[in-house]
Design a protein around this ligand. Sequence first.
Ligand code: ZN
Length: 321
Amino acid sequence: MPIDLPWIPSTAVFLCSAFLAFGYVATATATGPVKGDYFHTGAGTRYLERAKGDIVTVPLRDNINVLMGSGANIVVLSGSEGKFLVDAGIKPSEEKLQAALNKIGPSPLKYVVNTHWHWDHTDGNEWMHAAGATIVAQRNTLKHLSQTTHVDDWNWTFAPVPAGARPTIIVENERDFAFAGDSIKVEHFGPGHTDGDVLVYFEKADVMALGDTFWNGNYPFIDNEDGGSVNSAIAWANKAIERSTDKTILVPGHGPVGNRAQLIEFRDMLVTVRDKVVALKSQGKSLDDVIAARPTAAFDDKWGRFVIDSKFFTKLVYEGL
Ligand SMILES: [Zn+2]
């Protein structure tokens, strides 16, 4: 489904504009079936379109809010000593995000945790760092942001980000912060949606930010090339289910703010689809045959309406097994 982009007249100009505007390197080739390219027909296009609208601020608990509308969801803990953010959104939203942050309170940015390296979570790093934030991430996230990374499933190559956009506080497995009256745990449980995911838990508020290890009500992207897989995604969902209660507020990377029951539903969907694809793949069926068998059929109405449709999700599951 090609989407018209009013800000670019043609693909050729688009690639050039994207390079100039964002500093990304485009590639024209990819192997196997892909969902167009990330910034022309893929998820990046959706995020750029959405960023033209308003930022929506959703108050959670205590002094924690979620900002929606700039790439992935952004969690903001605000106190007199500053603001602690989970994920940075995308650069085109800078002015709108700044206004939304000022509305929450006047204190400056202090920390931004990247839940993983993907563009829709890290593209705001540079301006947020310039505004005073220290960027925090898992070591593998720093690695991906520091080198050229091609993602076949997005048909796109990302250039290394500028020095100011790179994480300087590096999490191996766990790092704790005391901030604005809360205790915050940043934890890495091994590969999940990528090889560098972290979960951020605000203990006092009982709010858990899951990045893209949870898509509330939508099929997730899984970055098979960079350490993710459907099995790791299931393992992460299980970990977060273990760590949360019915009272915990769960913030997904994409989709509305959720709860533990919705995370369990997400996990169960992943398990059911994984099991079906495993059965078909073990019969020697090709990717095309597996897609034709529609292993996601029971879920498509509910889960297949966002950036990852049923075919693309089936491909991601198949490739990761
Ligand atoms: Zn992601």
